[in-house]
Structures are given as C-alpha cells and as structure tokens.
Design a protein around this ligand. Structure first.
Ligand code: SF4
Ligand code: SF4
Length: 201
C-alpha cells in the first residue's frame, strides 16, 4: 500500500486559488484504506471547497487512481468532468501523474505521498512518484521530475539531452522536455519561473 497523507486544506485552497469548476477524483485503493481519498473524504472535500466559494462540477472514485485507463473511463463515471477547468486528485503521486496523462486540464494533488508502507500487493510506479512526502507535481504539469528524471532535477533541464532524449538513458524522453510541452499546452509556462531551493521533501 502506498502511504499518503492529506495536505492541510489551506494548502489545497492556495493551490486552487485561481481555479473554479473543479472535478474531484478519489482512489478506491490505498487512499480509501488510509481515509485520504475514499468517498467520505471526497464528499468532505467537495463540501469544504463549496463552502470556500469554489464550484465543484462533480466527482468520482475509480477503483484506483493509478489505474485510470482513459479520459472516457472517467466520463463514464461522471460526465461533468467534461466541464471541469481543473482536477483535484485525492490519491498518491502516481495517481496524479496517471490522471494528468489522460486529461487536458491542470491536475492538482490533495495529498503528500510518503512511502510504500511495507509490502505492496498492488502495482507500484516508482518511476512516476518517488514518494518525496511533499507533493509539488502540479508545478511540473503532472509529470514528476523527482520520479522521472535520473538526476531528480527540480530546476531542470540539465542541458545534456539530445534531440529530446535523456542523456542518462537515451531510450527515454528527457522528462523536462515533456514537462515543458505539457505546461506550454496548459498555458502555464510561468510555473517554470519558480526556482526550487530546497532538497526534495
Ligand atoms: S512531487 Fe513527485 S515524488 Fe513527490 S509526492 Fe508528488 S509525485 Fe511523488
Ligand atoms: S536529459 Fe533530461 S531527464 Fe535526463 S537527466 Fe537531464 S534533465 Fe533529467
């Protein structure tokens, strides 16, 4: 099981300060067991966001956020996701990453992902989320450089990529190329102006 904890609600609100028409996605696996992304927590988040003046278009709790296969599978659960201006994922960083892959709007994490918590019987995607404990994947368009860049660069790229490929593993795309492309598509290249001065976590 992947261990994640809820960010303080004030931090979630700050992340969503410029957003409205929010769609909430929970997780029927780890986050449900930990009470940080099951149906009760999703409904509580919905209530608190609405009390804070935000409009929530809808919500769903797929069997596991990290196994969402397509945008259509989310539409099947709640068609109002098509009206969403952004998505809040109440799951681990891998779930945020997977949801970002199948959607075209900004995706925000409500949780911090911390560890594997011992034996895992489900699928684990360490390449998507390195479980740093302070999820900032939103700043990278839903593509985590801590998990996906071999140098774990928060202020990338390293300058070594050739034709968009990673200099450490030329079989793979440079994750910073992917981050740039995604943020450009979202119209949020401004997020790259932030300079990270802390170590991960
Ligand atoms: S920033 Fe990356 S490593 Fe940290 S919790 Fe989020 S997805 Fe995982
Ligand atoms: S080429 Fe890109 S993915 Fe590879 S180490 Fe450099 S910044 Fe990271």
């Amino acid at each position: 099981m992947i261990i994640s904890s809820a960010k303080p609600f004030g931090e979630v609100l700050e992340l969503l300060k410029d957003e409205d028409d929010i769609f909430i996605i929970g997780c029927g696996a780890c986050a449900t067991k930990l009470h940080v992304g099951g149906e009760p927590e999703v409904l509580d988040m919905l209530r608190r966001l609405e009390e804070a003046g935000k409009h929530v278009t809808g919500w769903c709790v797929p069997s596991a956020a990290c196994s969402v296969a397509s945008f259509d599978s989310l539409v099947e659960k709640d068609p109002s996701i098509k009206d969403a201006g952004c998505i809040l994922v109440m799951a681990c960083g891998s779930g945020v990453s997977i949801v970002s892959k199948v959607t075209e709007v900004p995706v925000y994490p409500s949780n911090n992902t911390e560890s594997l918590g011992g034996l895992s019987q489900g699928e684990v995607f360490p390449e998507l989320c390195a479980m740093c404990g302070d999820c900032k994947i939103y700043y990278f368009g839903g593509i985590c450089p801590i998990g996906q860049c071999p140098k774990r660069l928060l202020n990338g790229p390293c300058g070594g990529s050739i034709d968009g490929k990673c200099e450490v593993d030329p079989e793979k795309d440079c994750v910073w190329e992917l981050i740039y492309t995604r943020l450009e598509k979202l119209g949020r290249l401004d997020l790259l102006e932030k300079v990270w001065v802390c170590e991960e976590g």
